[in-house]
Write a protein of this length. Structure first.
Ligand SMILES: NC(=O)c1ccc[n+]([C@@H]2O[C@H](COP(=O)([O-])OP(=O)(O)OC[C@H]3O[C@@H](n4cnc5c(N)ncnc54)[C@H](O)[C@@H]3O)[C@@H](O)[C@H]2O)c1
Length: 140
């Protein structure tokens, strides 16, 4: 896979880091699938993104049209399967808990196509440990 093959991004966790990661990819033109444990958490992440983009506009860092264009590229879901099944590149940004991250990666390994790269925004965990229960050690 080359960089050009990456079109669909999935972000797992719509909290402080996840909403910002989703925003950056969508602002850059990627299709982004944003997941959290509930629709309320997904919606909260989308609201934060809308607020951030509004600040961009107020500071002439983006045009007004870019708010809706960027939000239009972000597809939220509380279903991991929905966000993972088409993803070329996944970034996990759930809370800093190794067993939880391992379980998320185990599920993503079953949901995502074989080509999909699984990445983590972890602060301090070893990527090899996070991906220990997947069958794609070369794509972690
Ligand atoms: N906050 C920072 O400054 C910072 C900086 C670098 C790295 N990180 C790392 O980024 C990751 C996320 O941190 P954060 O600050 O965004 O945390 P956060 O608590 O703001 O967000 C975490 C989100 O993960 C969601 N979540 C929990 N379990 C989930 C699951 N099973 N599936 C999907 N979503 C789930 C929560 O509902 C929450 O919205 C952590 O690993 C953290 O160590 C954080």
């Amino acid at each position: 896979m080359t960089l050009d093959d990456i079109q669909q991004i999935a972000v797992i966790g719509a909290g402080l880091m996840g909403h910002g990661i989703a925003q950056e990819f969508a602002f850059a033109g990627y299709q982004v699938h944003l997941h959290d444990v509930s629709q309320a958490q997904v919606d909260a992440g989308m609201e934060r993104i809308r607020d951030n983009l509004q600040v961009f506009v107020e500071n002439d860092l983006a045009g007004p049209d870019q708010i809706d264009e960027t939000l239009g590229r972000i597809h939220g879901s509380d279903q991991l399967e929905t966000v993972g099944r088409e993803a070329d590149f996944v970034i996990e940004a759930v809370i800093e808990n190794l067993p939880l991250k391992q379980e998320v990666f185990r599920q993503l390994d079953q949901i995502c196509p074989p080509r999909t790269i699984l990445a983590s925004n972890t602060t301090a965990q070893m990527p090899s440990q996070i991906g220990a229960f997947t069958q794609r050690q070369d794509k972690i």
